[in-house]
Design a protein around this ligand. Structure first.
Ligand code: GTB
Length: 216
């Protein structure tokens, strides 16, 4: 059955693979699932047709037959549930990988994403500098603990899993904001992931979308 995801018609990340369709594309490439992409404009995202798919009027969404999903983490988990290769077969290993999926989205991503929003939306507020410092301290705490736990391992918990897809896409956002310089082991972790053929196919596909749309 055809899989269709949605992505930005013209991503504000200028083809750097920082929008959250990247993690869905990557998971689908890792399990060898072909997919179609429906590109949506910022305006179209807020219209009833798209909001019937995504209650918050965002991307990505995932459609396959009668199934319609939103939330990139849930979509990646669904792909990992339906296709071998992204979650361990043993139940304890599977549970640990799912815990790391939640950690990526609930513990590591929020301060990093908040920091990007603050620099866009609150730069001229009186609390800006204090808020930025507080977020930088929290991000450093998360990255200190993550790099300590990862140590010399290739992936978060044994073999590469859906948790690494989520964690790497979160860390790439931090890298793009220039806050990963002090974490060479995390930069190496990202580089290992970016060397994966499935990652490269996913990245090339989203970059092609950006390059295909003439600058306005
Ligand atoms: N929790 C949801 C969040 C989805 C989400 O944030 N979608 C964003 C795009 S990915 C977030 C994103 C946006 C831009 C960049 N960038 O670097 O330019 C990176 C990531 C969106 O649709 N925004 C439009 C809107 O909210 O109206 C999920 O994980 O799927």
């Amino acid at each position: 059955m055809t899989i269709t995801i949605t992505a930005f018609e013209r991503s504000p990340d200028r083809g750097r693979g920082l929008a959250r369709d990247m993690r869905v594309r990557w998971a689908l490439e890792e399990v060898g699932q072909p997919y179609d992409v429906r590109l949506v404009s910022f305006e179209a995202m807020k219209q009833p047709a798209h909001k019937a798919l995504h209650p918050f009027g965002q991307i990505p969404t995932y459609e396959e037959g009668e199934l319609a999903l939103f939330e990139s983490g849930a979509i990646v988990f669904h792909i990992a549930e339906r296709h071998a290769g992204l979650l361990p077969e043993d139940s304890n290993g599977r549970a640990r990988s799912i815990a790391w999926m939640f950690a990526a989205l609930n513990t590591v991503e929020p301060p990093i994403f908040d920091r990007s929003l603050v620099t866009i939306l609150e730069r001229d507020q009186p609390w800006y500098e204090h808020r930025l410092r507080a977020l930088d301290d929290l991000i450093r705490k998360r990255l200190d603990d993550l790099s300590a736990r990862l140590g010399a391992a290739d992936w978060l918990d044994g073999a590469f899993s859906a948790a690494d897809i989520l964690m790497v896409t979160v860390l790439r956002r931090a890298q793009a904001m220039g806050i990963l310089e002090a974490y060479p082991s995390l930069a190496a972790y990202i580089a290992r992931a970016e060397a994966r053929p499935a990652y490269q196919r996913a990245f090339a596909a989203q970059l092609a979308v950006f390059n295909a749309v003439p600058p306005t």
